[in-house]
Design a protein around this ligand. Structure first.
Ligand code: SAM
Ligand code: F3S
Length: 442
């Protein structure tokens, strides 16, 4: 009988990517197939997020369900990976003694071994170490599902923003070798992939060696975009600190580079940016956005904000609103600051009442929503190149894909078009998606 795996993912795209690799590793080692619920699984894996307290607490709610499944069937194994696992390590076992394996973002390739050791020893296993970039050498070739794929080019982060747990949970920045990235993209292209998203916490920090010479992210993009069969390249997330002139120019020069950049700003106040240790000013950020729009007219810029960072005053928050107004973002994620244990910001005095922070968040969200609506409405009447990714989530008889600017668009069409590029005329704009009709297929 095939063993069944219930895999639940919390958090960012890096975790989504890691979860796909976890499923690959376990399919290869023990033939695990995905199960729809913990109740029908032999192995339950949670890939967790600790970037905000809320995300972290979700794990402990979910673990209750896993525990019940294990009570009913004691042979069920429970593994917890990702950032909560990395941060808690052994301590997680104290809070949830029924957990069998605790593994980190950099040790997911060791999961089969950890499970085997758990079975043999009847003792829980913990491995949340950071064995550099070994993970990629040990992973099976990624499974290809459809014509769009993610390719991780770096792991971890060395920026140490004062509010953020990532450098502690995912380790410091390490980059994949140029040859390995190119080989992976070429292998994906050979298997029908047309669109790749280069993935990492700060992809534009990437450094490597090309033909014996030092090379940066802009150079890497040029090589990836030139691979036969790759029609579109996206990347996420980038950081304003290393957003070089060369990278801006790449957006002007590389046709295949999608006209979208997700560039987290966090705040519009220089005082807060300095306290966050972001390493740029609001003026520098504005300048990047201006240069990008000049290099690639129509490029979509999205961002992240943190509202209510310790000591944020009304004037600081007004500066954030002003920056948002000026930059006219195509979309943004805004979060109320969540103190994370072990980060420097968690030690700062934070006198602003929560109600005030929530009021600020509501104002910022209202502004961002109106900008996103305006940007979506401006698309109506234009024709967009869209990779048909599958059936629409809303109406199964329709197809869905994303525009270059990364907006979901739904349109009527024949399922045989899945995996192909089509030209779609945009006919309508809803808050989170566009509607359209196909005018040509490639
Ligand atoms: N690498 C990205 C960058 O350049 O900033 C950010 C990665 S972080 C995992 C994703 C987002 O979570 C951040 O952009 C930030 O807005 C938010 N975030 C991180 N730590 C947070 C905290 N302590 N409280 C609230 N939001 C937080
Ligand atoms: Fe976190 Fe700042 Fe890195 S937000 S992921 S420490 S760039």
């Amino acid at each position: 009988m095939t063993a069944k795996l219930y895999l639940r993912t919390f958090g960012c795209q890096m975790n989504e990517y890691d979860s796909a690799r976890i499923a690959d590793v376990l399919a290869q080692s023990d033939g695990y197939r995905l199960a729809a619920s913990p109740e029908e699984a032999d192995l339950i894996v949670y890939n967790t997020c600790s970037v905000r307290e809320k995300a972290q607490e979700k794990l402990f709610t979910e673990l209750g369900r896993a525990r019940r499944a294990k009570r009913a069937r004691p042979e069920v194994l429970i593994a917890v990976g990702g950032c909560v696992a990395s941060q808690e390590g052994e301590a997680l076992l104290a809070r949830a003694p029924f957990v069998d394996v605790v593994f980190g973002p950099q040790t997911l390739h060791r999961l089969p071994e950890l499970l085997a050791r758990r079975r043999a020893s009847a003792r829980p296993q913990v491995d949340v170490s950071f064995p550099e970039i070994e993970k990629f050498d040990r992973l099976p070739e990624p499974r290809v599902e459809g014509a769009a794929a993610f390719v991780s080019i770096m792991e971890g982060c060395s920026k140490y923003c004062s509010f953020c747990v990532v450098p502690y949970t995912r380790g410091r920045e390490v980059f994949r070798r140029f040859e390995d990235v190119i080989a992976e993209v070429a292998a994906l292209a050979a298997r029908g992939v047309k669109e790749v998203t280069l993935l990492g916490q700060n992809v534009n920090a990437w450094r490597g060696t090309i033909d014996g010479e030092p090379a940066d992210f802009a150079a890497l993009l040029g090589y990836v975009a030139a691979i036969d069969g790759i029609a579109r390249v996206r990347y996420t997330t980038s950081h304003p600190r290393e957003f070089t002139g060369r990278l801006v120019r790449a957006h002007a020069e590389l046709e295949a580079l999608a006209p979208h950049v997700h560039l987290p700003v966090q705040s519009g106040s220089d005082r807060v940016l300095a306290a966050m240790k972001r390493g740029y000013t609001a003026l520098e950020y504005r300048s990047i956005v201006r240069r990008l729009r000049r290099a690639r007219p129509g490029i979509a810029v999205t961002t992240d904000f943190i509202v209510g960072f310790p000591g944020e005053t009304d004037a600081d928050f007004e500066a954030t609103l002003a920056l948002a107004r000026d930059c006219a973002f195509d979309g943004a994620f805004a979060f109320v600051y969540s103190p994370r244990p072990g980060t420097p910001a968690a030690e700062l005095p934070d006198p602003t009442p929560r109600a005030e922070k929530l009021a600020r968040l509501a104002r910022l969200n209202a502004l961002v929503a109106s900008q996103a609506r305006a940007a979506a409405e401006a698309k109506v009447g234009t024709t967009e190149r869209v990779l048909v990714e599958g059936r629409s989530k809303k109406r199964a008889e329709e197809l869905a894909g994303r525009t270059g600017c990364n907006r979901v668009v739904n349109f009527p069409g024949d399922p045989s078009l899945v995996g192909r590029y089509v030209e779609v005329r945009i006919t309508g704009a809803a808050p989170h998606s566009l509607r359209g009709e196909i005018v040509a297929a490639h």
